[in-house]
Design a protein around this ligand. Structure first.
Ligand SMILES: O=C(O)CCC(=O)C(=O)O
Length: 288
C-alpha cells in the first residue's frame, strides 16, 4: 500500500498519522511465531534448570511470557531486537509493505536506524518483571545524538496485538513539529517542557501502523490489562545520513537506485550487532 496524499497531509499537519491496514497478518505473524518458538525453547530450558515449575504452554502468546516471568524473569531481557536478532525479525525490518509506507515519507533510498525496539509490555501487576516499557513523555529527536538533528528520522510504531488505552497504547501531542527539541535536561521531558495541547491517545489494531515525526512528544502509560502489549518501534531515514547512534549498525533496507546495496544477509546483520553492542559499552547515548 502506497501512502496516500491524505495520510501524508495528516502527518505534515499533526506530526503523526495512523495508517489503517498498512500491514497484514502475513507480515507480522512470522515474527510472532519466531518469538513463540523462542519462548517455548527457553521455557523448557528454565524448567530443566528448575527455575520455573511449569511450561505454561497452553497460555496464549499474550499471557505465556507473563506467567513464566512471574517465576523467573530471565527471558524478558533476551527479547529486544539487538539481543534477539531473529531471522524473521530481520526480514520484517525490510518488509515490502512496511517499506512502501516508509518510502512515502523518507523517499526511495531507505536506511534502517539502529534505534529500534521490540517491546513486550507486561501487565503492571506482574511482580517479578521490570516495568521498563512505560515511556515517559519524550521526543525521539532527543534520544539521538546532535549529528542527527538536521535529519528527518521517521519513527514507525507497530502493534503486534490490539493496543488499547487499558494496555498502554501510545499517546501523542499533535502539532508540535517545527519547534525543535524541547528537552533541556534529559531524555524524558521535565514538568513545564511539555506543550499544553491535550494529548491524543492512539488505540490501534494489529495491522495499523503509526508514522511519527521525531519532534512529536509521545508517551505510553502502564499496561493495566492481564495480557502483554507486544509492539515494535523502528526508525528509518534517507540513506547516507547520520543515525544519531553511530556506534550501532544501520543498514540499507530499500534502494530503488541500487537494490544490491540492501542488506539481506542475516548472519552479517547479527555480526554487526554483536560488534556494535561491544563497541557501545560505555558509549554516551544521550547528549545530556
Ligand atoms: O512502545 C512504547 O510503549 C513506547 C515507545 C516509544 O516511546 C518510542 O517508540 O519512542
Amino acid at each position: 500500500m502506497q501512502l496516500s496524499q491524505e495520510y501524508r497531509e495528516h502527518f505534515e499537519r499533526e506530526g503523526y498519522v495512523v495508517v489503517r491496514g498498512g500491514l497484514q497478518d502475513s507480515d507480522l505473524d512470522p515474527v510472532i511465531r519466531e518469538y513463540e518458538e523462542y519462548i517455548d525453547k527457553r521455557a523448557r530450558e528454565l524448567k530443566t534448570e528448575g527455575k520455573i515449575s511449569q511450561l505454561h504452554e497452553h497460555e496464549p502468546f499474550g499471557r505465556r511470557l507473563t506467567r513464566i516471568c512471574e517465576e523467573d524473569g530471565t527471558i524478558y531481557n533476551e527479547l529486544d531486537i539487538m539481543q534477539f536478532r531473529g531471522r524473521a525479525l530481520f526480514d520484517f525490518l525490510r518488509n515490502e509493505h512496511l517499506m512502501d509506507l516508509v518510502e512515502g515519507l523518507v523517499g526511495p533510498e531507505i536506511t534502517c536506524n539502529p534505534i529500534q525496539h521490540l517491546r513486550p509490555k507486561m501487565p503492571s501487576r506482574t511482580a517479578k518483571t521490570p516495568n521498563t516499557h512505560i515511556a515517559g513523555w519524550h521526543q525521539d529527536a532527543a534520544v539521538m545524538r546532535e549529528e542527527a538533528d538536521p535529519i528527518e528520522v521517521l519513527t514507525v510504531w507497530i502493534p503486534m496485538c490490539e493496543a488499547t488505552v487499558e494496555n498502554g497504547c501510545m499517546q501523542v501531542i499533535p502539532r508540535v513539529v517545527g519547534k525543535g527539541i524541547l528537552h533541556t535536561k534529559s531524555a524524558v521531558m521535565e514538568d513545564g517542557e511539555l506543550p499544553q495541547t491535550p494529548a491524543v491517545p492512539l488505540p490501534m489494531q494489529k495491522g495499523e501502523v503509526l508514522l511519527m515525526h521525531k519532534e512529536t512528544p509521545h508517551n505510553s502509560t502502564p499496561n493495566l490489562s492481564d495480557s502483554i502489549r507486544w509492539s515494535m518501534d523502528l526508525r528509518y531515514q534517507q540513506t547516507g545520513t547520520p543515525s544519531g547512534r553511530e556506534v550501532y549498525p544501520s543498514f540499507i533496507s530499500r534502494s530503488r537506485a541500487n537494490p544490491q546495496s540492501v542488506l539481506t544477509d542475516h548472519g552479517e546483520w547479527c555480526r554487526l550487532w554483536v560488534e556494535g553492542l561491544e563497541r557501545g559499552k560505555g558509549y554516551k547515548f544521550y547528549r545530556w
